[in-house]
Design a protein around this ligand. Structure first.
Ligand SMILES: [Zn+2]
Ligand SMILES: [Zn+2]
Length: 422
């Protein structure tokens, strides 16, 4: 095809797929509301500083993956690579500390990262974000994990499992960092290039490297638990107790550190799929220092993000139900050329009565119109021709039973409604 195409790494979500997204979003809204989370709409771009300070200058996201540009007023702006920093910014800017705490919010929308495009990974991708701001109560960590689980259970994902860890806090993490560096020092040459690079700047990230050799090395690495300060240790214990109380299946993984600097204490992922080949469907954790990193007061928070592309992909793989596919109830068929305007009028009357109706605009034959009715999964056809018009009736055919009857125009909507949605 000549002409303009979408940029590399982005794509159109076509109607064959978009109805599945709508289903996931509708269930997200339902589950969020069930747990007392309210929807917020956040801007798609923010001041670059929000992310460079909030997410951390040395993270992959900030170093390599942001869409940053100068606007016409020479301000540095960035298309949001994630939503948590914006969520905290919105809380601070809108004085939500004066509301009852915690402030529980959710949002969904596109995020942007300059990554190498590959299957299931795009430069514009959609995320669901659920966040609770304003309390460090460990039960809220448990609630957030439970919201994620409730959503994925509702969507029908199989073998759900929670992986959890503590990443400590600025008080106890430096000691663990040193301990890790001392361990990795002896294996430095065997680590992959990326990890050799991480060694000085962010040795914790070596723990979640997927490289085979690195994984062998990290298996023997010290865990953080003996380094945790009392506050972090008590918090971690209480989160685990809460999960047990709610009978949420989980296991602890010392390698789970997540890619963003702002995490403190709880870090978690929810996995789904065949045992042994499970996929993470969401990731999240606590970020008690994010607000201060962007110049705000202390504001504890915990939340998770889940990619919609990933959720839909895994639901398809697992054969999950997306609810009914949008279709029309009635296809209105013009029996002859003189009846086409009347057919349009009938379709409009039906629509005005809340019945989903469609019709042909290409002046095609009756046979072709019947085909369209079938391909659009309509339940009824309404045939309008000269003989129907002269007697103010419509020939209604139930495509499920083949049953055909003549119905007066004024009774048409009343006749169809109970048969479409009993
Ligand atoms: Zn700590
Ligand atoms: Zn590595």
């Amino acid at each position: 095809m000549a002409g303009i195409k979408a940029p590399r790494g982005v794509r159109d979500i076509l109607p064959e797929e978009s109805w599945k997204w709508a289903y996931v979003l509708e269930r997200t809204e339902h589950i969020s509301h069930c747990h007392g989370y309210r929807e917020i709409h956040l801007p798609v771009f923010e001041q670059t500083e929000l992310f460079s300070r909030g997410i951390g200058e040395t993270t992959d996201v900030v170093e390599k993956e942001m869409y940053t540009f100068l606007d016409r007023g020479e301000r540095s702006l960035t298309l949001r690579p994630e939503a948590t920093a914006s969520m905290v910014r919105a809380y601070l800017q809108n004085n939500m500390h004066s509301e009852q705490q915690p402030v529980k919010l959710w949002c969904a929308g596109p995020m942007f990262r300059y990554e190498r495009p590959q299957k299931g990974r795009y430069r514009q991708f959609w995320q669901i974000d659920v966040e609770a701001l304003g309390t460090s109560n460990p039960l809220v960590d448990v609630e957030i994990i439970n919201v994620a689980l409730a959503l994925f259970e509702d969507l029908g994902l199989s073998n759900l499992d929670v992986v959890i860890n503590s990443v400590g806090c600025p008080e106890c993490r430096p000691a663990y960092r040193d301990e890790l560096k001392a361990y990795f020092q002896d294996h430095l040459e065997d680590l992959c290039d990326t990890c050799q690079n991480r060694f000085d700047r962010n040795p914790l990230r070596i723990l979640d490297c997927k490289n085979e050799k690195c994984r062998e090395i990290t298996a023997g690495a010290p865990d953080i638990y003996s380094s945790l300060c009392e506050d972090c240790r008590i918090h971690f214990d209480k989160v685990l107790e809460g999960l047990k109380m709610l009978q949420i299946p989980f296991h602890i993984d010392k390698r789970l550190v997540r890619g963003l600097d702002y995490y403190t204490k709880t870090a978690f992922e929810v996995l789904s799929g065949e045992l042994g080949a499970q996929n993470a469907v969401c990731g999240g954790g606590r970020y008690d220092n994010l607000s201060e990193a962007i110049g705000g007061p202390r504001l504890p928070g915990v939340g998770f993000a889940a990619g919609i592309e990933r959720i839909v992909l895994i639901m398809e793989q697992q054969g999950c139900d997306f609810g009914p596919k949008p279709s029309v109830d009635v296809y209105v068929i013009a029996a002859d050329d003189l009846s086409r305007e009347e057919a349009f009028y009938v379709a409009t009357e039906l629509r005005r009565n809340g019945i989903r109706a469609d019709l042909d605009f290409l002046e095609r034959s009756m046979k072709a119109q019947f085909k369209s009715a079938v391909s659009k999964d309509s339940v009824f056809t309404c045939i309008v021709g000269e003989k129907e018009i002269s007697r103010s009736v419509v020939t209604v055919k139930d495509l499920r039973t083949g049953e055909q009857s003549e119905i007066s125009r004024k009774d048409l909507a009343g006749y169809l409604q109970p048969r479409i949605r009993p």
